[in-house]
Design a protein. Structure first.
Length: 207
């Protein structure tokens, strides 16, 4: 952590289920970004995350508590799960900015989501409220070409390209993990044992 840093990293996602790469991303964000803490934010009723294969809010919250347990300066924040109706990133960012107006916010997303950022509600306001930090994903380069033609101004593009987490590209796919669990595969190396145990104990994803 940068000496004297007081920013806050925000790591949102479905976490359906949370896997080992999620924890590595959180660890790298805490190491690399000028932050004193990180919030894990499981999504609630997210307009772009609606399908019939989503574990309940209670189960995803419980799995996140297991997945990030013992990680210093990391807190699982359930505000999006408690929010009624559709949950938008811009609303969460505004809430956190209002709670601590002088604290810089860093929002961590995957490189696969970077080209989709302009489709998010009030994406220009998102980019004013926080600094987006991208983690690499296999097959999704973070470069000027990836941002070409998107509804972003030059300053937004520069800031997006300047904040990339220094870690190997991630290729873990939660959809594939759920399919493998449903097919009866056991001891998945991408899942911490306590997460797989929870999945099986609660008969999630067709197990």
């Amino acid at each position: 952590m940068t000496p004297g840093a007081d920013g806050l990293a925000l790591f949102g996602g479905a976490f359906n289920p949370p896997h080992k790469t999620h924890r590595r991303i959180a660890e790298q964000a805490l190491r690399q970004l000028p932050v004193s803490g990180l919030r894990v934010l499981p999504v609630g009723d997210h307009p772009q995350k609606r399908d019939g294969d989503m574990a309940s809010a209670a189960d995803r919250l419980a799995m996140c508590a297991l997945a990030f347990a013992g990680l210093p300066r990391c807190v699982v924040d359930d505000r999006e799960l408690r929010r009624r109706g559709p949950s938008f990133t811009v609303d969460t960012l505004q809430e956190l900015a209002d709670e601590a107006p002088r604290r810089p916010l860093f929002f961590v997303i995957g490189a696969d989501n970077l080209p989709l950022l302009p489709t998010w509600r009030d994406h220009h306001r998102i980019l004013r409220l926080c600094t987006v930090a991208t983690f690499p994903r296999v097959g999704c380069p973070v470069d000027d070409r990836a941002l070409r033609g998107l509804d972003l101004d030059d300053g937004e593009r520069r800031r997006l390209l300047a904040h990339v987490l220094a870690m190997p590209p991630d290729d873990v796919n939660a959809t594939a993990l759920r399919q493998r669990l449903r097919a009866g595969e056991r001891a998945l190396p991408e899942l911490a044992p306590e997460i797989e145990a929870y999945v099986r104990a609660h008969a999630l994803y067709g197990t």
